[in-house]
Design a protein around this ligand. Structure first.
Ligand code: ADP
Length: 263
């Protein structure tokens, strides 16, 4: 997918949540552009600000300072698959739930059923179309949230740790569905803590304590952060997947990877 024009631009964006004794700063001075056709992975430890960044990029919360601009004409511009799927599910049955999102975007009835079944097929849920949503497992609900988001064919699709509750097969379904949309022109932002998922990306953004600490290609993320190999490197050679947290902390301790990681 060729990389095109800027779709989302964050210019010196900061964000704070209210707290008992004032506010707590969560994002500091973020400069970031997302371009059409990119697959951007956002990596970072718990609490580093990834979900807050996702909500800003989806237009769900405003910046406290700085500016966010969107240059997207398509409808819907951005869809966000949340980490907790419960917040996104509205319909009574699986099929109804996927249709619900499409109704909001005025997708004609004649197309709705076809698109719903296609999205359910891609996420491995087609045999459950008539099942009440209440009977789904956590992982199945997460797949359903993904199905609803992909059915409306957004310009930008943000997955916020959308595979966190899934078994390996279901993770593959989600990744395949995202890849298919990406081939068809969607821009993908893939938030994850899992190292193996960075291999899908053509750009990695790493976050730490509300700041972007790295923005570049996946190989550079692993191999150019540190030049000096000290200890602990051998542990990284085998037995993936590692969490990004483990890799970042080992890199921070001065490790360089001796062998290519399976990315
Ligand atoms: P991540 O997705 O990387 O785990 P988040 O963006 O969810 O990070 O959270 C960043 C920080 O903001 C954390 O310290 C978290 O506790 C805090 N936070 C997140 N949501 C809220 C909220 N609604 N109110 C107050 N603090 C929040």
């Amino acid at each position: 997918m060729p990389i095109g024009a800027e779709l989302i631009a964050l210019d010196r964006v900061s964000f704070s949540y209210p707290s008992a004794d004032g506010t707590v700063s969560v994002l500091n001075n973020i400069n970031l552009t997302i371009r059409r056709g990119e697959w951007v992975a956002v990596a970072g430890t718990n609490g580093s600000g990834k979900s807050t960044l996702a909500k800003l990029m989806a237009g769900l919360i405003p910046a406290a300072s700085g500016e966010i601009s969107f240059a997207i004409r398509e409808q819907p511009p951005v869809q966000l698959v949340f980490q907790n799927p419960g917040t996104q599910i509205i319909g009574e049955t699986v099929f109804e739930d996927v249709c619900f999102g499409m109704e909001n975007y005025g997708i004609p009835d004649s197309e709705m059923a076809r698109r719903a079944m296609d999205a359910l097929e891609q996420t491995g849920l087609s045999s459950m179309a008539d099942m009440p949503v209440a009977r789904l497992s956590g992982g199945q609900k997460q797949l359903l949230a993904v199905a609803s988001c992909i059915s409306v064919n957004p310009a930008v699709l943000i997955f916020d740790e959308a595979t966190s509750m899934l078994d390996p097969l279901a993770r593959q379904h989600v990744a395949q569905a995202a890849k298919r949309l990406h081939h068809l022109g969607a821009t993908v932002v893939w938030i994850t803590q899992w190292l193996d998922e960075l291999s899908l990306a053509d750009r990695v953004i790493a976050m730490d304590q509300g700041s972007i600490i790295f923005d570049g290609s996946p190989p550079d993320f692993f191999y150019k952060r540190n030049d000096q190999c000290q200890t602990g490197c051998d542990r990284l050679q085998f037995a993936p997947p590692y969490t990004v947290q483990v890799v970042l902390s080992l890199l921070d301790q001065g490790c360089k990877l001796r062998e290519p990681l399976p990315i």
